[in-house]
Design a protein around this ligand. Structure first.
Ligand code: SF4
Length: 184
């Protein structure tokens, strides 16, 4: 019986100049391509959106296909903070500390309505969006968002990672952004 083997998908080369026997691109683009497919997420899951994330990691959706198989529960070995669930105001300083312990470059996704805006919990004890304490790169809507939406948010992060200049983190604009959050 004839067996079929799956062919690996070759990642598209970054924009560059091509000719017989050579291909030239910028350092930024080459580094961006490598980083884009080797993101280490830190799941900060506090409630039901975390269950959707478990489904996103499991075999049916399999976030590992995007090069993000290695989850990190240590902030120092992570570059993508995924905040999933209701964040009580008491938990805000803990979340901020986790963010501060991550090395640059780092990115943040607010997964679901609670992390993005407080969701249905418009109450004195719940943070009305994590962007009140840390900068957010991508917001994923929904209560809860489906795994496809989480994957879509992750792919938007990949776009940012791929296209970001390696010098952006040293720019005055980025430093001003962190200062506006009181983060050094
Ligand atoms: S957005 Fe909805 S599903 Fe997600 S943590 Fe909040 S209440 Fe739960």
């Amino acid at each position: 019986m004839e067996t079929q083997t799956a062919q690996p998908k070759i990642v598209a080369a970054p924009p560059g100049v091509e000719g017989p026997g050579y291909f030239a691109t910028s350092f930024d683009r080459a580094i961006g391509m490598a980083k884009q497919y080797s993101i280490w997420p830190l799941p900060f899951a506090t409630s039901c959106c975390g269950i959707e994330f478990m489904a996103t990691m499991a075999s049916n959706y399999d976030l590992a296909r995007f090069g993000a198989e290695r989850l990190s529960f240590s902030p120092r070995q992570a570059d993508l903070l995924m905040v999933m669930g209701t964040i009580a105001k008491k938990m805000g300083p803990v979340l901020k500390q986790v963010y501060e312990q991550m090395a640059e470059p780092r990115w943040v996704i607010a997964v679901g309505a609670c992390a993005s805006s407080g969701g249905i919990f418009d109450t004195y004890s719940v943070l009305q969006g994590i962007d009140q304490i840390i900068p957010v790169d991508v917001y994923v809507p929904g209560c809860p968002p489906r795994p496809e939406q989480i994957i879509d948010g992750f792919m938007r992060i990949q776009d940012l990672v791929h296209n970001e200049s390696i010098r952006r983190r040293n720019s005055p604009e980025y430093k001003a952004l962190l200062e506006s959050y009181g983060i050094k």
